[in-house]
Design a protein around this ligand. Structure first.
Ligand SMILES: [Zn+2]
Length: 254
């Protein structure tokens, strides 16, 4: 079960939150720490978790009102990742792009806006692809106010910067283990959006959509518990999944 919760190499604190969101057993935190410490991928790219921000800017009171966008890369294959974060829910959208142009960025944002609608503001850095009239026109047509980060206050876009560090860590693990980084990226995205956030205490998906979203990982997790409980019923023993005794009733059905 710890291995399932470790899928996507979430790091110690995220893995603990992920486990505790669904179940509990004595020593659950220590077990999570052990799995992280014994994971080859995590050891290869050991980067300390970034500290929580000391103070945060005024946050919106509704989801998908103020979002931040940035680019990550180049990736091992020369591609870039467009990172879109909702300030309220911390919900993240990712788009893999072969080149960073206003045209391509607009295309990807249009895809995202078709699902969530256009936000009120977009905060971004001063990357030159956004200084184009094409992009400004796009924002105007969608009723979006463009919020350029002041170069005198580089931490204003800190939310995205923190996410980027986590993402880069994932990609380094994937590259070091010769894995498919795009598949890993999508797995990380699903894991991130469905794990309680360290600041809000709620998963980004739940804050954005006001419901718990089903995920395949937790479906398998639940199945593993059910099978284990059935086996234990037959043998008359308590269910014992991996290291700790777990009651399946403690787990939220997926
Ligand atoms: Zn790992």
């Amino acid at each position: 079960m710890c291995q399932l919760a470790h899928e996507g190499h979430p790091g110690q604190s995220m893995m603990k939150r992920r486990l505790r969101d669904r179940c509990w057993w004595p020593g659950i935190d220590q077990d999570a720490v052990k799995v992280c410490e014994n994971c080859e991928g995590c050891r290869l790219v050991q980067i300390p978790d970034p500290p929580e921000p000391m103070s945060r800017r005024q946050l919106p009171d509704k989801p998908w009102v103020d979002i931040a966008i940035d680019f990550l890369g180049p990736m091992p294959t020369g591609e870039y990742v467009l990172v879109v974060i909702d300030y309220y829910s911390r919900f993240m959208e990712l788009e893999i792009m072969t080149k960073i142009t206003a045209f391509e960025t607009i295309k990807r944002l249009n895809r995202i806006f078709r699902t969530w609608g256009p936000p009120r503001t977009i905060t971004l850095d001063n990357a030159k692809q956004f200084v184009s009239t094409e992009f400004e026109e796009f924002c105007k047509n969608n009723g979006v106010h463009l919020n350029h980060t002041s170069p005198y206050w580089p931490q204003a876009n800190g939310e995205v910067e923190r996410q980027n560090r986590s993402l880069l860590k994932r990609m380094r693990i994937s590259h070091a283990l010769y894995d498919d980084w795009k598949a890993e990226l999508h797995q990380y995205l699903q894991l991130y959006n469905n794990t309680p956030h360290s600041v809000t205490g709620v998963s980004p998906n739940e804050l954005l959509q006001n419901r718990k979203v089903r995920t395949t990982t937790w479906k398998r997790y639940h199945l593993a518990l059910t099978w284990s409980a059935r086996r234990s019923e037959k043998s008359g023993k308590m269910p014992n999944v991996e290291r700790g005794p777990v009651k399946s009733s403690l787990v939220t059905p997926c």
